[in-house]
Design a protein around this ligand. Structure first.
Ligand SMILES: [Zn+2]
Length: 528
């Protein structure tokens, strides 16, 4: 049977609680965000496996370290962080409302394990692998695609079997249920179906097969919250990513952890914490804008996708997802494997990676924010749209030379305000829960909740100008105005043909690869 934390609990100085008996006997690690993280014996059995250690080779932010050099933190430390915060959150509720809510050791253990393993099935390079690479190479294989949440569930079973971990079936089942729920949330948000709370609850209950989930569903909102988006996964990655990138973080999750309270099977927050919660969503949106979808990070992402697609036939990269015993061998080091392999079949892929190393990147041409009144009926812009907007004269554009990236940035609920889904309470003497509208708090809060940014890149540096012109024509044709704010980089920098000529020569060794349009149907959450 799995080991449980037992005995009295105490709070440490960083809001962490630990079982006082475990403090003496538990292993602990020092995390740069949360301080000491105590590892319980059952979780250690999962941590000390090659499958979990693989997370050290998955950078949390994919290729963002090419722009933010400090962003080299891994899913290993994020997973430990979510494990720790899941335990902290549930124990906080146990202290405040334990007898009323019936939180037991089973709940504590399963939630910590779910937090630990929620990203165990993640692919290389953050969400790039599952959202951009797999759809590209599995176009004709309808049933071949797997989300990282699905892979996580399969990986949990594989680890238990492979390492003969002594754990009861009910715990495994519940852990997998929590991880599957994160998939439900992804599907809803991914489709930008702004589900009502009731729809989300119904979808979640599809997986609610255990007694604990039916009766204490609030517990399962702790790791991934489908009702209102506030969960410890975000608490960890927002603070961790800000720190790694050197960005300030004005959001304090500890305040929410301290004051949250369950009313009617739902985690609610103090009315006075309204603006703290707004900061959570605003900080996350800032990270999307300045880090996760940074124009140069996306350029490098596009090149990595092309390199993986090019290498896929020879290395059979995508086939790894069919079997957990193969999948765990796949991580970010695939790039180094390609880069150092002598095989002729990998030349195209290798040349692209070399271009990344030498900073000879796909060139950002320009971008515009879709006008507010056009957001409702916005259709993704494609490479074909740009090519068809070229006026006569100059080089003839081909779709495979152009990449369009449609980047959506929102506050987790598409065009809706996530604060509308959150229930508040006034004080600890009252059991009433209620919604609060923005205008009762402040008139300085946003009146719309999503941005759509259309960006265009050129795979060949010598085509930047002609693609930029076609992009301008597209805007004039579509909106009657040039929606872009900036002049094209080439014009702005005063680059001329001769400065591009060196790049042209280098380009000759890299045949154009695949044309595709990068569609981010929701703000990809590299950290989910
Ligand atoms: Zn995560």
């Amino acid at each position: 049977m799995g080991a449980f934390c037992d005995g009295d609990f105490t709070f440490s100085s960083n809001y962490s609680f630990v079982c006082s008996q475990d403090m003496r006997f538990s292993k602990n690690v020092h995390d740069n965000v949360h301080g000491s993280i105590y590892l319980d014996p059952l979780c250690l059995k999962f941590i000390d496996t090659e499958q979990f250690q693989r997370l050290r080779e998955l950078k949390q932010l994919g290729m963002a370290h090419m722009v933010y050099p400090g962003a080299v933190h891994s899913r290993f430390e994020h997973s430990l962080g979510v494990y720790w915060l899941a335990g902290e959150a549930v124990h906080k509720l146990k202290i405040q409302q334990g007898s009323e809510l019936g939180i037991d050791r089973f709940d504590m253990q399963t939630l910590k394990l779910a937090g630990l393993l929620h990203d165990i099935g993640h692919g290389p390079f953050s969400h790039l692998f599952e959202r951009e690479f797999l759809p590209e190479v599995l176009r004709d294989q309808n049933d071949g695609y797997r989300s990282h949440e699905q892979m996580s569930v399969e990986m949990v079973d594989y680890i238990v079997d492979e390492h003969q971990i002594d754990i009861d079936a009910e715990t495994v089942k519940t852990v997998k249920t929590v991880i599957k729920r994160t998939d439900v949330i992804t599907l809803f948000v991914g489709a930008l179906v702004c589900a009502t709370d009731q729809e989300m609850i119904l979808a979640s209950s599809k997986y609610a097969t255990t007694k604990s989930i039916r009766e204490k569903r609030f517990l399962y909102d702790i790791v991934a919250n489908g009702r209102n988006g506030i969960d410890v996964d975000k608490f960890d990655y927002i603070v961790r990513d800000c720190r790694a990138c050197g960005l300030g973080c004005n959001f304090q999750f500890q305040r929410l952890m301290e004051s949250m309270r369950v009313l009617g099977d739902e985690i609610c927050y103090r009315a006075k914490d309204y603006l703290t919660i707004h900061k959570l969503f605003a900080t996350r949106a800032d990270l999307y804008r300045t880090v996760y979808t940074h124009a140069k990070v996306k350029a490098i992402d596009l090149m990595v996708v092309d390199a993986l697609v090019s290498a896929n036939n020879y290395l059979q990269i995508a086939s790894h997802i069919q079997d957990p015993s193969e999948y765990w061998k796949l991580d970010d080091t695939i790039i180094k494997t390609i880069e150092t392999a002598p095989d002729q079949e990998l030349k195209e892929s290798r040349d692209l990676i070399l271009r990344i190393r030498r900073r000879d990147l796909y060139q950002f041409c320009n971008e515009y924010a879709v006008p507010k009144d056009k957001l409702e009926n916005f259709k993704k812009v494609t490479a074909r749209d740009i090519v068809c907007s070229q006026k006569n004269g100059g080089a003839t554009l081909r779709e495979e030379d152009v990449v369009v990236s449609n980047v959506r940035i929102d506050l987790t609920r598409g065009k809706h305000n996530p604060l509308e889904s959150i229930k508040f309470f006034k004080d600890y003497d009252s059991d009433e829960k209620f919604s609060i509208s923005d205008d009762r708090i402040s008139h300085l809060l946003p009146s719309s909740y999503q941005d759509m940014i259309v960006r265009v890149y050129s795979k060949k540096p010598e085509l930047v100008e002609v693609i930029s012109e076609a992009f301008e024509n597209f805007q004039l044709k579509t909106y009657g105005i040039k929606a872009q704010v900036h002049a094209t980089p080439e014009k702005k920098d005063g680059c001329n043909a001769s400065s591009n000529s060196k790049r042209v020569d280098r380009m000759k060794v890299v045949p154009a690869l695949y044309a595709y349009t990068l569609e981010i149907s929701r703000p990809l959450d590299p950290r989910d």
